[in-house]
Design a protein around this ligand. Structure first.
Ligand code: HAM
Length: 426
């Protein structure tokens, strides 16, 4: 049967099983970023449209064709946030965070909205976790951000994640370079009319196109990383020395193009081959001019964001985790009670309440199902112990406790249920 209503194109419902995986990703991210001194911030999911136009950039795909923009009842133009960096910078200014000791380190998680062509790994509402360090131009900031994100992927055991890294310098040298690149590209006869128009707007985009003739031309083209000012080149060298010292592997990739205009100096992207076409799993860089563009004092900053759906998809593709391990990420019950003796219900209910008091998870089957299907349900939920009270056990004033991992069963008396079960879960 097809439902009359479906989730809008490019969106999805996060069902309990996937919600568990999501929760684990976010909790690993929290432990890592908060361990690195980032505090959490939550900004609204919509902002003044102008905030994104100014920062993400008028010429970008995001602003030109992907924003969910609407007018509210008061005639204001608002936009569902397509990304989190501009809102965080807006909040930094609005709350006078420049008066705090610098840099200010903030992290966030939540939905982002882009009207993109929906396909595997690409959604119109997707979720990110992101981190921003605002108020320092120290290369250590860039390296620390990269290191934290690399560790997040490692901790989650993502398969084959590669870090692509380059520097795109400052706005002045990049403008000069863009002219040089545009001239170089347009001397070649391999671009169609649409591509030529896009080269006029932003020639760097040509590095993204994979037609072999185009690649041949862009391979030969001058690269921004060779046109850096001495100060930018030194900054980049120091980022690299820090990463080398920490044994963080990366690929120097002068063709790396980010889809947002606010970047300066260091830019990076983590890619995961297991993801297929949408291999970008997380990315970011420095954005030393963004706060100024929003009317603040010159304030260097850097950050990253990572896509939560793409992480989950990469985890799925490896299936290195057993179903039980995956379930345990979900906040599973420790004890699953199977009660076929009706007279035992109240006793069992009290035992469950006591277990909760001990900080343990417990649930009981509420449908009158067969023992077999109850065991299956316990397994599905990932409960490590099943506590069975049938009429035989009830006669003996006892309960059978089955260790689901060891496949062993023992009997404990109902009077010592709390003590016995708590000891097992310790
Ligand atoms: P972004 O590269 O546009 O950067 O997005 C970050 C991550 O979000 C991507 O690497 C990808 O995993 C995920 N993502 C983006 N679009 C989609 C989509 N349509 N569907 C599924 N996943 C998606 C930013 O947004 C910057 N704010 C990152 C940043 C923070 N730079 C500095 N600070």
């Amino acid at each position: 049967m097809t439902a009359k209503h479906q989730a809008p194109r490019g969106t999805y419902d996060l069902l309990p099983e996937q919600a568990g995986v999501r929760a684990r990703i976010v909790s690993e991210a929290r432990v890592l970023v908060e361990g690195a001194g980032f505090g959490q911030i939550d900004t609204p999911i919509f902002e003044d449209t102008d905030l994104f136009v100014r920062t993400v950039g008028e010429a970008t795909d995001i602003v030109r064709k992907e924003m969910y923009t609407f007018e509210d009842q008061g005639g204001r133009s608002l936009t569902l946030r397509p990304e989190g960096t501009a809102p965080v910078c807006r909040a930094y200014l609005e709350h006078g965070m420049h008066k705090l000791p610098q840099p200010v380190k903030l992290w966030y998680t939540g939905p982002m909205f882009r009207y993109e062509r929906a396909q595997a790994g690409r959604y119109r509402q997707h979720f990110q976790a992101g981190a921003e360090t605002i108020g320092s131009d120290d290369p250590t900031v860039d390296a620390e951000l990269i290191d934290v994100l690399a560790h997040l992927y490692a901790r989650l055991r993502l398969p084959a994640v590669r870090l692509h890294l380059t520097s795109i310098g400052d706005a002045e040298s990049r403008a000069e370079y863009a002219r040089e690149l545009r001239d170089h590209l347009l001397r070649h006869d391999v671009f169609d009319a649409d591509q030529r128009a896009r080269i006029e707007i932003n020639p760097m985009r040509a590095f993204d196109w994979d037609d072999p003739d185009v690649v041949a031309v862009t391979e030969e083209a001058p690269k921004m990383v060779d046109r850096l000012t001495p100060a930018d080149a030194e900054h980049f060298d120091e980022v690299r020395r820090l990463l080398d010292g920490a044994a963080i592997d990366y690929v120097l990739d002068p063709r790396l193009v980010r889809g947002l205009d606010y970047y300066t100096r260091t830019v990076f992207e983590f890619r995961c081959d297991a993801l297929g076409a949408q291999s970008g799993i997380g990315g970011g860089g420095r954005y030393d001019r963004l706060i100024e563009q929003l009317g603040g004092a010159p304030t260097p900053a850097a950050g990253w964001a990572t896509g939560l759906e793409r992480i989950a998809q990469a985890l799925e593709s490896t299936a290195t985790e057993s179903p039980a391990a995956r379930a345990s990420a979900r906040g599973r019950p420790d004890f699953y009670f199977v009660v076929s003796e009706p007279r035992a219900r109240e006793r069992v209910f009290r035992a469950m309440s006591e277990l909760r008091e001990e900080g343990l998870g417990a649930t009981l089957d509420l449908g009158a199902r067969s023992l077999k299907s109850q065991m299956r349900q316990a397994e599905r939920l990932g409960a490590p112990w099943v506590v069975i009270v049938g009429s035989d056990e009830w006669q003996r004033e006892a309960a059978a406790v089955r260790d689901m991992r060891r496949r062993e069963q023992s009997e404990v008396s109902l009077s010592s249920l709390r003590k016995e079960l708590t000891a097992r879960a310790a």
